[in-house]
Design a protein around this ligand. Structure first.
Ligand code: ARG
Length: 440
């Protein structure tokens, strides 16, 4: 493809180090982009109709090979773009040499990655919205149970289990929204920017932009071929979503211990030990935590390859694909695994310690006109004096010695204390609606 200037073939060491097969999954998008490009070359009169027809036919055949999984890469293909062009020569002969008119692999790869990520982003919106809806569904089915909320992994205030699940649902909804928002920025076509400063031929980037469903063509050719912020933003969307899943995974690991005893995992979503016959392990959750680290590293990789590259294209940028595909694949496989684990788990959380109503007791005093700080102090003393016994076990004397205005009726049950604010059903309905809107 670029041999004219060279008198020797590339060394094996160069080839092994510089060729990266991770762009092969851009094959279909590369063909789509080339079809749009050649049509534009015809429309603008840069290529003859016959050449356009021959190239279009050849690209369509390559597309069929790709769809059938029969496209064969060869060792001398430097990347997916050169592979398609090589195959086009094999199929239609010398006329294939006109396809790359007014184009560079630099704007070509910038186009391909946008086409790929635009589609992938729409898939992640759907996956994350489905995950959010699953949290709403779980809240409706198992969410009534009263459990402690936690701060510092210490029992805090009583809540319905559904609140805890819905919290993750709202995170997933925002993660979905982030991917959706990114689609707007991905929807600008870089094709026509050429290698760096466009082409002297009368190409029309607005034609290819429209054909490929972009809202408009690029504004600046250096920016179009040299920027990868949308790729790192995509990785950020993955990393943030994986980070949320990782927190949920950590909760699942805790919940499934015999010490917590909140959930029993379905056999199909748990793993065993090769040594200890009794073990049933939450590997999906643990790997979600572990893989979240690798996705955060993908984001770091993407920022790193941009920060030191002067404008515009540098080969460093080729490393973007491996990182972003890894990030996307990880999120795409984590969601159904963790979703399936939760949907099939049995929830049986024990009730919270009734000292989790201590704040409610203090607030009962506030309602009687006691300043909050004084009420806090009094209930703190009461709890300390009970030495681990429940608040409901305190008799009238213990209560009044903690504070003269304190009575047994000021101590709610954990169930009474768990129900405040909007009802659980209202919240889950709102989450469900939010998730539906995201995909609608
Ligand atoms: N394989 C390259 C990449 O992914 C395509 C662009 C190559 N451009 C170049 N000037 N060598 O970045």
């Amino acid at each position: 493809m670029w041999g004219g200037r060279f008198s020797e073939p590339p060394s094996e060491a160069l080839w092994r180090f510089t060729v990266d097969h991770s762009d092969r999954r851009l094959l279909a998008d590369d063909i789509t982009g080339s079809l749009a490009h050649v049509a534009m070359l015809g429309e603008t009169g840069i290529l003859e109709a016959e050449a356009v027809a021959a190239i279009t036919g050849g690209l369509e055949s390559i597309g069929e090979e790709a769809d059938a999984g029969k496209f064969a890469f060869v060792a001398s293909d430097e990347d997916v773009h050169s592979a398609v062009e090589r195959r086009l020569f094999e199929l239609i002969g010398e006329v294939a040499g006109q396809l790359h008119t007014g184009r560079s692999r630099n704007d070509q790869v910038a186009l391909d990655i946008r086409l790929y990520l635009r589609r992938a982003a729409a898939e992640r919106v759907a996956d994350l919205a489905a995950f959010g809806s699953l949290m709403a569904e779980l809240s409706d089915t198992v969410g009534e149970a009263v459990v402690p909320s936690y701060t510092h992994v210490q029992q805090a205030q009583p809540i319905r289990l559904g609140r805890h699940l819905l919290a993750y649902g709202w995170m997933a909804a925002r993660d979905a929204e982030r991917f959706g928002d990114l689609i707007k920025r991905l929807n600008v076509s870089p094709l026509g920017a050429g290698a760096v400063a466009g082409s002297g031929l009368p190409i029309d980037p607005s034609i290819t932009a429209a054909t490929l469903g972009f809202t408009r063509p690029f504004d600046n050719s250096l920016d179009a071929v040299g920027s990868r912020d949308l790729v790192s933003e995509y990785a950020f969307c993955c990393a943030q979503a994986m980070t949320h899943l990782s927190r949920l995974a950590e909760d699942i690991v805790l919940w499934s211990t015999s010490e917590f005893g909140w959930i029993t995992l379905d056999d199909a979503y748990a793993t065993g030990s090769s040594a200890m016959p009794q073990k049933k392990n939450p590997d999906i959750a643990e790997l979600t935590r572990g893989k979240a680290a690798a996705v955060a590293a993908d984001l770091a990789t993407l920022l790193g390859i941009q920060k030191g590259t002067p404008l515009a294209y540098n080969r460093d940028l080729q490393e973007d694909k491996r990182a972003v595909f890894h990030a996307d694949d990880t999120l795409a496989t984590a969601l159904p695994a963790l979703g399936g684990l939760l949907a099939s788990a049995r929830f049986h959380p024990p009730e919270p310690d009734d000292r989790t109503v201590a704040l409610d007791v203090a607030e009962a005093l506030v309602k009687k006109g006691v300043p909050f700080r004084e009420a806090h102090e009094a209930i703190g003393r009461l709890v300390a004096g009970l030495e681990g016994d429940s608040l409901s076990s305190a008799d009238a004397e213990e209560l009044s010695s903690a504070h003269p205005l304190l009575e047994a009726s000021d101590v709610p049950t954990v169930i009474e204390a768990a129900d405040r604010g909007t009802t659980l059903a209202d919240e889950s309905a709102r989450l469900r609606e939010t998730c539906q809107t995201l995909t609608g």
